[in-house]
Every structure is written in C-alpha cells, then in structure tokens.
Design a protein. Sequence first.
Length: 159
Amino acid sequence: MRTYAFQTFYIPSGSMEPTLQIGDRIVVNKLAVTFGTINVGDIVVFKAPPAENCGEPVTDLVKRVIGIPGDSLKSEGNTIYLENLSLNQPWHALDETWTHTEPLGGAITPITLQANQYFMMGDNHSDSCDSRMWGPVPRSDIIGKAFVRIWPLSRIGFL
C-alpha cells in the first residue's frame, strides 16, 4: 500500500502554516497523481529539488500548486497573476481561496511553465522556500496529493 497508494508524511516546518502546522501528520494519495490530474490549489508532496538550499536538507517537501503546465506566472506587490492562453485565460489575479498568510515575500519572476512542470508555493508566503527560489517541479518528482491530516487528533480532517 505504502509504495503505490498511500503514504504518511510529517510536517517539519512552518512553510505551509496556517494550513499545516509543525508536527502535523498527513496522508498522501499517490494514485491521485499516477491516474489523476494535478490542479492549482492542490497540496502535494514532492522530492526536494537538488538545488534546494533553504536550510537543513530534506528529502521531501509539502507545498501548494499555484501553476500548472501552460501557465505563465508573475507577481506584483502581494498579488500573484496567472495566464494560460491554451485554456483561453488572460492575465488574472490568482484566487487564493485557501487560508494563507501575507505579505507575499519574494517576488515571482515571470515564468511560463512547460509540459509536466508545476509551480509550488507554501501557504506561509513570506516564510516558504519554494519555486520562487528553485524553479518549477517536474511531474515525475511529485509523490502524491495530501488529502487528510491524521495528527494531532484535535486537528484531524480532510485538507
């Protein structure tokens, strides 16, 4: 089961606060990536980029997808902008319907995502080492989608 379907992960940092707290344990659905789609707003676990230089080395990271293949991204002030011409979506502000913290922190340098590339950011925008620092993440590095918090018991629930 752990190899192909579901796996638990521990949250070691505050980069996804307030959504995920330090010490939370989550379950990741690997089949959702293998057989499904990855969408803006999904929380995913992926292999840490080799150039990840944001503190202590880690094997896996947990972040939110804010850009999918074909998207162009940029930021101005605290606003993230997306454009996807293949989906007939002109430049528009990203509607962050999930809980997150401002200010944005580091800017998003304009980028267009190629096939199988995803842009990741932590919900704690100003305290997250993410795609703004090390670039897009290839789909092949995405392990699975987080879908439930199982620890602590007081915060158990679907994400």
